[in-house]
Write a protein that binds this ligand. Sequence first.
Ligand SMILES: Cc1cc2nc3c(=O)[nH]c(=O)nc-3n(C[C@H](O)[C@H](O)[C@H](O)COP(=O)(O)O)c2cc1C
Length: 185
Amino acid sequence: MTRRQAPRIAWGLTGSGHYLRESLEYIETLPEVDLFVTKAAVEVLSMYGIPLDRLRERHRVFQDHTASSVPVGFLYSGHYHTLVIGPATSNTVAKCVAGISDTLVTNLYAQAGKCRVPSIVFACDCESTVITEAPGQTVTLYPRPIDLANTERLKDHPYTTVAEDLAALKAAIDERLACLNVSFS
Ligand SMILES: Cc1cc2nc3c(=O)[nH]c(=O)nc-3n(C[C@H](O)[C@H](O)[C@H](O)COP(=O)(O)O)c2cc1C
């Protein structure tokens, strides 16, 4: 895992339908993004009619095939300046809060923290009522108090910025890229 090029964004996609399309549209506007998908993300992408092969046309896509999350090793060698997790399921947020790293994306978060690489987490569950697009229908969901509390708890973690909507996600990434002096216009 030698370093061959300028550091990029590592983007973790989780199994969230909420804000999935919006996140993917936004990713297309950014330079040099590699995608890391959880097993649930692969399933959910397929349910929303988004094949992985389409994402592979523009990005390197890493999947969750190993028990030890081998691709996280790229973080150790400076391949990535920032980790973005978005959209982040309540499951992934809960694991990040608890220090559990048993999926590709939660492993990235843990290792990013240990490498002092900043993480930006676009959490799905920030409001008591969420109207979202499920496959074939629009549904209203009511995130549980524990989901909302975990989003709040994550804000206290070091090297972590929590974005609660798309505008906040874009602002956090803009700020990070400006700080790194990365231009993508
Ligand atoms: C179609 C579909 C949409 C889903 N959308 C969400 C969602 O918006 N938010 C969420 O927290 N979980 C959602 N889930 C459930 C997660 O995929 C599930 O909790 C999974 O275990 C998350 O794994 P991950 O966090 O490793 O990606 C959805 C599941 C399906 C089948």
